[in-house]
Design a protein around this ligand. Structure first.
Ligand SMILES: C[S@@+](CC[C@H](N)C(=O)[O-])C[C@H]1O[C@@H](n2cnc3c(N)ncnc32)[C@H](O)[C@@H]1O
Length: 387
């Protein structure tokens, strides 16, 4: 069911039949409770639907009232009633539990309502609930038909086509996503700050929490620059650098096939495929082929991008440039880490005889990664000694 620009599905009937049709839709659980019925083309009233796949008997019952086959389903732009999404989620789950629990004599439902997720991540038409949501026995005890009815209703009140559950990002090199889909599809397309992203959210992670950093990087002036993105993912930073910051070209290193897929699709959606070169495979092999070509290198890997530090220094042009180094650092150790990092880059440059003087510039605290641990980005300038 599409709730996008095409509008929401409504069943339009003559107002004289409105009361009976309303009761019928309600008793068959296909009436959407958070969208108001609307007046339609003069004498008609249109009822918002949860589902357009009516059972044969419901179709018959409707036809018996209206004397018409049910072909009057229209998509009408709507305004969701002024209830916040958390209340809508609670109320739809409560309705569903009340309906089923009374039949199955299950325990009190209020604790389960109280335990519903209070926040979630939205990626286009997909809502991802935090890991562990809907995992208690009460949810798993219901039949898959009952649960798929609930997922349908939840998607509907949150105004998306798909819902899933987030899992912790895998502790593997490619930082895979392990999200599971409850309804719909994990293939997402969305626009963030004017930039298109397209990828499979069940296979790759996308940290919405890094939005401030994506905007900060996009707000820099990179006009005329060649940039190396050592950990490109699905273009989290490559795209803002090209589209917002005005970089001329990005060399995007990425080794995870589903991420490469998203990177290529996103580049096409943004119309920048000519300005990005994707280097597939481990950057330990691709970066050595990018010596002395870059004005800037982006090193966006957590918990640490250290394995690529020397290779990124080597990728900078002889006139030097900038590095953006991501790292997870304990808050109390940040100043120590800054000093050591500059020393480390300086000694790498000296050992490789690159002739740079390394200078730490701004340190951005992006977000809390864990208690006491910050995700930081250190902007580092590297210039030839004589300058
Ligand atoms: C964690 S993602 C970037 C996430 C991003 N920082 C965000 O804001 O959502 C890092 C990417 O680097 C890739 N990667 C990790 N190690 C790599 C390597 N040695 N060579 C190439 N790509 C690598 C992973 O596959 C992943 O797509």
């Amino acid at each position: 069911m599409n709730h996008g620009d095409n509008g929401h599905p409504f069943l339009a009937v003559h107002r004289l039949q409105g009361e009976r049709i309303h009761a019928l839709l309600k008793s068959n659980n296909v009436l959407h409770s958070h969208i108001s019925p609307v007046e339609h083309e003069g004498d008609f009233i249109a009822f918002p639907l949860l589902d357009v796949d009516f059972s044969a008997s419901l179709k018959n019952d409707i036809s018996a009232i209206t004397n018409l086959p049910v072909h009057v389903i229209k998509r009408i732009p709507h305004v969701m009633d002024e209830v916040d999404p958390h209340t809508r989620l609670q109320s739809v789950v409560k309705d569903w539990l009340t309906r089923l629990v009374s039949q199955k004599q299950s325990p009190e439902i209020q604790p389960f309502i109280d335990a519903l997720p209070k926040k979630w991540e939205r990626l286009g038409e997909l809502v991802l609930f935090p890991s562990g949501s809907f995992s208690q026995e009460i949810w798993t005890a219901f039949s898959s038909e009952d649960r798929s009815e609930l997922w349908r209703d939840i998607a509907s009140v949150l105004n998306v086509t798909s819902i899933g559950i987030q899992s912790p990002v895998a502790n593997d090199a490619v930082r895979s996503s392990q999200a599971t889909v409850l309804r719909g599809t994990s293939l997402v397309k969305f626009i963030d700050h004017g930039i298109h992203y397209e990828f499979d959210a069940a296979k790759v992670m996308f940290s919405s929490g890094n939005v401030t950093e994506r905007r900060r990087i996009g707000a820099m002036d990179m006009s005329g620059e060649t940039v190396v993105d050592a950990f490109a993912g699905v273009g989290y930073y490559s795209f803002p650098m090209l589209i917002k910051a005005g970089a001329t070209h990005v060399h995007a290193c990425e080794m995870n096939p589903p991420s490469i897929d998203g990177l290529v699709r996103g580049a096409e959606a943004n119309g920048i495929e000519d300005r990005i070169t994707v280097h597939q495979g481990n950057n330990q092999e691709s970066l050595p082929k990018l010596k002395r070509i870059a004005d800037r290198c982006h090193l966006g890997l957590l918990p640490s991008s250290e394995a690529a530090w020397g290779l990124c220094l080597q990728a900078l042009k002889s006139e030097g440039g900038w590095l953006h180094v991501h790292m997870n650092v304990k808050e109390e150790e940040i100043s120590d880490w800054k000093r050591k990092t500059i020393e480390q880059f300086q000694s790498l440059s000296d050992r490789m005889e690159l002739g740079f003087t390394i200078r730490g510039d701004h340190l951005e605290r992006v977000k809390w990664y864990a208690p006491y641990v910050r995700h930081v980005v250190y902007d580092i300038e590297c210039r030839p000694e004589r300058s």
